[in-house]
Design a protein around this ligand. Structure first.
Ligand SMILES: CC(C)(COP(=O)(O)OP(=O)(O)OC[C@H]1O[C@@H](n2cnc3c(N)ncnc32)[C@H](O)[C@@H]1OP(=O)(O)O)[C@@H](O)C(=O)NCCC(=O)NCCS
Length: 379
């Protein structure tokens, strides 16, 4: 077998599209290659043996933007599955993305096992959480709410950014892959409700889709719920809760369900769909986006991918450089989950992702503390 991988141009799209449609049971609406969207094809002779889409994103990482290769679709035609074509496809896609400056890559797998050996590890979940609507009528001080108009879109985007930049993982929703503000924030919505904790200052929003009917089966779908403070969260939840008489169930898409379910009088929330967001580190320099406490001063050698590095933390900054030797060994999962602060050294050791030299475990845990991991876009 000799697999050849090359970018697929818009004019070749027609020939490749049926493979996508059959893989995902999609309608005939899959996007062709275009700005910020790179489609790759692996071939064995003339036959297409794998296809992949890589998108140009940026990820918020505690106030910094990390160039990100978003893998938005992978398929191997049925007759070629199990043929080992994914590895060369990913190598070509990620080499090109790295050349462009990408330091991490993200994806939502149909099955996590597909991407684990390619270096991806889970860092966040995007959940559709179903809750009895009447429970959203929560107590407490509430910020005033109002319906957003078209002119409010920049303020909605600003509220999203204020939320997203305080996390590790959310996309920046600007740049080449997000040319349309309205599409980024109001797609498939009936309305967007704004909270203003001080006059003229948008401090949260709920983008919702009313759905059909008003019987026992009617569902209110909240595409996004962002609140920058508690009164805004209370105000938005109450506005949503006011639908209880017509939509007995509300489904909220969220990566931080604990923040709002914690306000309900009774937690009867149920996850009805879950997207697991996985990330791969393309460049250890991504660790320089961590902002450890200024008091943390440490030199931390580590091995990853048979290479030795030393991470230096000092005055709230981090640098990573190659070094001659190191014994503390991180596998891909340990590297990703440390970077995103989703697993501590003890857990990673217990599961075999981190081996040797435990002397620096506490310093690594301190280094990885900080903004929580979250994601808001499904792609
Ligand atoms: C998923 C898909 C791309 C895998 O292609 P493939 O040629 O069968 O994959 P490979 O044989 O190269 O396997 C790569 C790895 O994925 C694992 N894998 C493959 N299918 C899997 C599945 N359904 N669940 C869990 N792991 C799976 C393999 O065990 C292998 O892991 P390993 O390297 O640890 O041994 C292919 O089955 C497909 O196109 N499916 C339909 C569309 C789809 O689900 N695409 C993925 C979208 S995220």
């Amino acid at each position: 077998m000799s697999t050849r991988v090359s970018p697929l141009h818009a004019e070749d799209w027609r020939a490749a599209k049926p493979f996508w449609i059959e893989a995902f049971g999609a309608d005939d609406d899959e996007s062709p290659p275009g700005p910020g969207r790179h489609t790759w094809r692996a071939q064995d002779g003339d036959e297409t043996v794998a296809l992949g889409v890589e998108r140009e994103f940026e990820t918020w990482f505690g106030g910094s933007r990390v160039p990100t290769a978003g893998i938005a679709g992978i398929t191997v035609p049925a007759e070629h599955r199990g043929g080992g074509h994914l590895r060369p496809l990913f190598a070509a896609m990620l080499d090109a993305a790295t050349e462009r400056g990408a330091q991490i890559s993200g994806l939502y797998p149909t099955s996590t096992g597909i991407y684990r050996s390619l270096g991806y590890a889970p860092v966040a979940q995007l959940d559709d959480v179903a809750v009895p609507t009447h429970l959203l009528d929560v107590r407490g001080d509430a910020a005033p709410v109002r319906r957003a108009g078209h002119d409010d879109l920049p303020a909605v985007a600003a509220a999203y950014t204020a939320w997203a930049r305080e996390h590790r993982g959310p996309l920046t929703r600007d740049g080449i892959s997000f040319p349309d503000l309205a599409k980024a924030f109001t797609s498939e919505t009936t309305g967007v409700t704004l909270a203003e904790s001080s006059p003229g200052q948008v401090s949260g929003y709920a983008a919702w889709d009313r759905g059909k009917g008003y019987g026992a089966d009617a569902v209110l779908t909240v595409r996004e719920l962002v609140a920058l403070d508690r009164p805004s969260l209370v105000g938005l939840l109450r506005a949503l809760g006011s639908f209880a008489s017509v939509t007995p169930v509300t489904v909220v898409r969220t990566s931080t369900a604990d923040e709002w379910t914690g306000l309900l009088r009774s937690d009867e929330s149920r996850v009805q769909w879950r997207g697991t967001y996985m990330v791969k580190v393309l460049d250890v320099a991504a660790f320089s986006y961590l902002s450890p406490a200024p008091g943390l001063s440490a030199e931390l050698p580590f091995r990853w991918n048979d290479q030795a590095f030393v991470l230096t933390a000092s005055s709230g900054r981090v640098e990573v450089a190659p070094t001659s030797s190191a014994s503390r060994t991180l596998d891909d999962t340990a590297l990703v989950q440390t970077l995103f602060g989703v697993a501590d050294a003890r857990t990673l050791r217990r599961l075999g992702h981190l081996t040797d030299d435990a002397a620096d475990d506490a310093a690594w845990d301190a280094l990885a503390a900080g903004p929580r991991s979250a994601i808001a876009n499904y792609y």
